[in-house]
Ligand binder design. Sequence first.
Ligand SMILES: [Zn+2]
Length: 413
Amino acid sequence: MKFRVLAAILLSCHFAFSQTTLITADQLFDGNAMHTNWGIVVKENRIVEVGPVAKLRTKPDTTISYTGGSIMPGMIEGHSHVLLYPYDQTDWNDQVLKESRSLRAIRGSVMAKRNLMAGFTTIRDLGSEGAEYADVAVKQSIEQGITIGPRMLVAGKAIVATGSYGPKGFHPDVHVPLGAEPADGNDLIRVVRDQIGNGADFIKVYSDYRWGPNKEAMPTFSLEELKLIVETAKSSGRVVVAHASTNEGMRRATLAGVVSIEHGTDASDEVLKLMKERNVALCPTLAATYSITKYRGWDGQLPEPEGIKAKRNSFDKAIKNGVTIVAGGDVGVFPHGENALELTMMSDYGMPNIDVLKSVTSVNAKVFKLKELGELKTGYLADIIVVDGNPEKDINALKSIKMVMKDGEIYKK
Ligand SMILES: [Zn+2]
């Protein structure tokens, strides 16, 4: 009797899970190239076949067709902060100082879901900004099926040099919570290990910050300190990413062996060449610079302020030097769910649309070492989206998401 019940359960499970679904649309971008009249077959949480619809061998149980749309790999956000929201709504200082970690974690869960619904099935979250390990909790909540959101790679607290980071300007006797964890010298070993132990998937370090005599960005950690951080993280199988906007901050981070540099505005050709040589990627966060400049009063019209011109120029220089560009906008500085702003800006700043599409899918997957993601290939995980229109022709199509599938499950249809 027991056996029969078990067999019945197994049979019904087998039936339910063996459904194959064919998804078709006018175009299919597989992570490398755009194809016309291709389809993709999904079974359970895997891709079982991809190719011209007429040549597919699998007989699907169901078919979903999107006329006028394009199938793509789920997009990968290279630089998010689910624990932050736009500074024109609440100043960064007030978010860090006045809001409880609990409130921030709850809001973070809602923001994470907005990333998924915008077609980003994976996000690399670059620091909790004073909310301790709330990013780890948001990730766990998604993994345990409590809340809905993208796959997450999280940094945890992030590391800053003592005295460099904010919030600033308080009486020295008052201990205000900082936006990241300060550490220096040999203590960096303990802090890196502690962050790993608390759930950091990678280590984020600020290799420069606005702490110069005139509040300008200046390098923080020495090359030796950065090397110590990279070496300690590496022995646990983790990589380090560096916030850096100054040329010297970028140079040190590159020599230390970080995997990517975030922002990277003031790079010289020499440092960009070094990045290319050492296989260090750049995450330009164009949308953050654009948004912050607007919060400071720019109306978005021509002529563009100097800071925006500098950003255009540095992005162009990085491409010309052949540096790998990972797509990441610093979303959280601007609204979660509007992640595609970075992609439309990359296009506007001169990157061919097909390269923007590669950057936000296969390139990000490669740099972030996400196996079985970022491409539509047989055997890969079924993280698939459909956008309205052809994003190779008009990048704005990425703002119009028709379908989102993560791990074989449809979240938006
Ligand atoms: Zn950031």
